[in-house]
Design a protein around this ligand. Sequence first.
Ligand code: GUN
Ligand code: ZN
Length: 444
Amino acid sequence: MQYQTIRGFRASFLDAIADPFYVPEADCMRYLNDGLLVVEDGKVKDFGDYNELKNRYTDISITHYPDRLIVSGFIDTHIHFPQTEMIASYGEQLLEWLSTYTFPTERKFADRNYAQEIAAIFLDELLRNGTTTALVFTSVFPQSTDAFFEEAQRRNLRMIAGKVMMDRNAPEFLQDTAESSYLETKQLIEKWHKRDRLLYAVTPRFAITSTSEQLSNAGKLLAEFPDVYLHTHLSENVKEVESVAELFPESEGYLDVYDRAGLVGERSIFAHGVQLTDREFARLSEAKSAIAFCPTSNLFLGSGLFKLEKAKSSETPVKVGLGTDVGAGTSFSILRTASAAYQVAQLRSQKLSAFQALFLATLGGARALCLGDKLGNFEIGKEADFVVLDLRSTPIMALRNKPFDQTIPHTLADISDQLFATMIMGDDRAISATYIMGELAHKA
Ligand code: GUN
Ligand code: ZN
């Protein structure tokens, strides 16, 4: 891919440089009212106050977004591309929802061309919503994984994905075997992992649909390829947890099933964790694993309220990112997901500040995916994936978020207030543009 060697972006900027769940917000957030981001070869070359930097960059082309806020690209730490077309399917909780809607839909992804068509729609929808990186379930069919990676590669995206492994408790047409899933996954890792910006995640669906033998093979793959990821579901729904206890009577709980197979490590991302015990939080903390918090999905399927304050405790801190979990999640928008996260916190008598939510959506997500050195803010050398936000994208949001009076100094509290309203009310309409490695990838 060819980049215009060096170019600048002038706007207001906000990014997180530390974790506001543990560090005072004033020390975590960088806000530049009039900032300049300089991108060279797709990476951040310089970042700071426009007036301080402009004399150093007199001969570069600068794109100016007055009245816009640029933030780091959003990171979706859990989503299913084959479920794009079945979003908002009525009436069921997890296990019935899977058999009624999900499995018949995923069957279609045996068709490589169909998978490619949906992958293109899916990735364009992520970009329309300001999501620049995602951790993605494909389907059990390796050709659907190829299709996904091809479309992501075409768009030069940093994406992590994997073929679903599932060898029991699902319709015959959707099952692989312990052996075939091992071999197909290995081939896909060799083909796609670290190709351009792409990364591979070994992806057993969840404990219910894998035999112990298949889970052991997943562990074997992680041992053979130590820098690939592990991506699965964990403790989402009460009936699911009960079923896992019956299927694995020797295990001391759901997480222990994965632990015994060697699947619980620093590059492991577990979706949901709504029903986790304190002991399991402690184990995830010890293993430095991550949880994808998927609030719209947890509400939609009636799964429950994730204990974010438990994951972000000082005693047993666990890395957390936000996940849409489309198609159980109800929106591709990380703004809407942050809004649901706020409401889940409220239902538990907790607070989630705008800056904490922005952290989860950017640097926190990057850290959950072990990509904190490459993504998540505007530190020099990082990949320049970013979003141009319109804080006044609807008439009511324009009424709520009045433009700052530039003659009065405004504070981090002002931007926190406007960002909060944007998260609560905002959606794809708030995304004016999305840039990938400094190149325009979506424009409203
Ligand atoms: N658990 C196992 N498979 C799935 C899935 O496709 N979606 C969700 N939300 N949970 C799961
Ligand atoms: Zn999921």
